[in-house]
Design a binder for this molecule. Structure first.
Ligand code: NAD
Ligand code: SAH
Length: 426
């Protein structure tokens, strides 16, 4: 007997949203040619047959295509949200009703529900965990030691997740292989930079409808994400200031043409602040105190800790919801500070996250990293592993092909030359 949508275990907002979700999933697929090829190959070769897999990702139209690839590959896959605010409820409904994927995710779920879904993800007794920020893996390691023997490995989507996995490894508690999807070139070059660049501004604009031209935008962190946000904000006519702690990244920002200064100096100048550091309390009490009246703050880095909202709440006499994902904190000084997306990833809370064209490559890496874990089962040491260079290069080749572009290849003479040390000046 086949399982119907209502029989399938799930926790989604409303299955009646499935029709709209399916339409939007199909639309996203137009921009995901690389993942589509993987879906087709997986349907034939079933590389994940017999694998129980838990994915903790933002439940978006793009993640739906990853879930389809995993299912086509034969995995018994379950999906939970990687952030309480990023779920697209129609997509969650369609995944359950149309694609038979159990989903546990609702936009706006409270922290208790989010954490309950993390437990559900582990109740699935996964062999592979696709994680986005390492919440599921950290919970497994802390609370479910008895399940470690089930694990083939994990794949990690984002920078902060990699930081946490390195810390687990250094503490001697990471006892299985972890594929570092974030550091694949075809992931962070495009997803973190161009994806975060565009989608962060998209989230800010959808939440506020502000004009960026002529505004002073302060970008905290000039890593891959910060570069994208600064670049796109400048493209919209903003005056961009960058804050950093890393002197090399700071020089890079200067030479890219941005003003660089500490947050204490930038705080009174900015109209809009965007944190993308992966660090804690990058904007805090002393900064709120000197901000302009009506300054807007938001975050596109990991978790909701980059902006010290606890301190801001203590400074506030009143907090008013003024638009969707937009709250005005009225301060006792008479000024106010506007917070977008509750300090959580603004691109996923107030918009739809990265466009499909970049997630195509990120999730191709995810699907192929899962296949790699299975084919290499038993031979990978515990700890972080890079996505093999051939896989990264193949994803780039497929993407170029899909874009209708070709590039040169080495001549035999060039091949010899670049591998030789005996040939010098002629
Ligand atoms: P990264 O390591 O390349 O860059 C982070 C930068 O922040 C570094 O240059 C670091 O020196 C700087 N930094 C750290 N503490 C700082 C501080 N107190 N003040 C100023 N700068 C500081 O990382 P990344 O790939 O750019 O990712 C940044 C964050 O965004 C991570 O948490 C990552 O998980 C997250 N991320 C979010 C999205 C999204 O969709 N919104 C996409 C990818 C990554
Ligand atoms: N649990 C973390 C999640 C980090 S989000 C938190 O709540 O803060 C960062 C990741 O989101 C990025 O690495 C990116 O690959 C992913 N992302 C961005 N847009 C997405 C989309 N449209 N669909 C799925 N994932 C997306």
């Amino acid at each position: 007997m086949t399982t119907t949508a209502t029989q399938l275990k799930h926790d989604v907002r409303d299955l009646a949203l499935a029709t709209q979700g399916r339409q939007r999933i199909e639309w996203a697929g137009r921009e995901m040619p690389v993942l589509r090829q993987i879906q087709e190959r997986f349907a034939q070769t079933k590389p994940l047959a017999g694998v129980r897999l838990t994915a903790c990702c933002h439940v978006t139209t793009e993640t739906a295509h990853l879930a389809i690839a995993l299912k086509n590959g034969g995995a018994d896959a379950l999906l939970i949200a990687s952030n309480p605010l990023s779920t697209q409820d129609d997509v969650a409904a369609s995944l359950v009703a149309d694609y038979g994927v159990p989903v546990f995710a609702m936009k706006g779920e409270d922290n208790a529900t989010y954490l309950r879904h993390v437990q559900t993800a582990l109740d699935h007794r996964p062999n592979i965990i696709i994680d986005d920020g390492s919440d599921v893996v950290a919970t497994l390691v802390k609370e479910r030691q008895h399940q470690l023997s089930d694990i083939i490995g994990t794949t990690e989507e984002t920078t902060t997740g990699i930081v946490r996995l390195k810390a687990m490894f250094n503490d001697g508690v990471l006892s299985f292989p972890a594929m570092n999807v974030n550091d694949a070139d075809t992931k962070h070059f495009f997803d973190n930079r161009y994806g975060t660049g565009q989608s962060t501004l998209d989230g800010i604009i959808r939440a506020t409808n502000v004009l960026l031209a002529g505004k002073t935008v302060v970008v905290a962190g000039y890593g891959w994400c910060g570069k994208g946000v600064a670049l796109r904000a400048r493209g919209m006519g903003a005056n961009v200031i960058v804050t950093e702690i890393n002197p090399v990244r700071a020089i890079e920002a200067v030479m890219d043409g941005f003003r660089v200064m500490p947050m204490a100096e930038a705080a009174p100048l900015g109209n809009l602040f965007v944190t993308v550091t992966g660090n804690k309390h990058v904007i805090r009490k002393e900064h709120f105190e000197v901000m302009k009246d009506g300054a807007m703050v938001c975050n596109s880095g990991h978790f909701d800790i980059e902006i010290d909202l606890k301190a801001l709440k203590q400074m506030a006499t009143e907090v008013k919801q003024v638009r969707d994902f937009t709250e005005q904190y009225c301060l006792s000084s008479g000024k106010s500070v506007i917070v977008l997306g509750e300090g959580r990833l603004v691109n996923l809370a107030a918009a739809e996250g990265h466009p499909s064209a970049v997630m195509d490559m990120s999730f191709a890496n995810q699907a192929l990293a899962c296949e790699y874990l299975v084919t290499q089962r038993g031979s990978l040491t515990p700890g972080l592993h890079s996505v093999p260079e051939e896989v990264d290069q193949e994803i780039a080749r497929l993407k170029l092909k899909a874009l209708g572009l070709t590039v040169d290849s080495l001549t035999p003479e060039q091949e010899i030359y670049i591998n030789s040390w005996t040939v010098g000046t002629e």
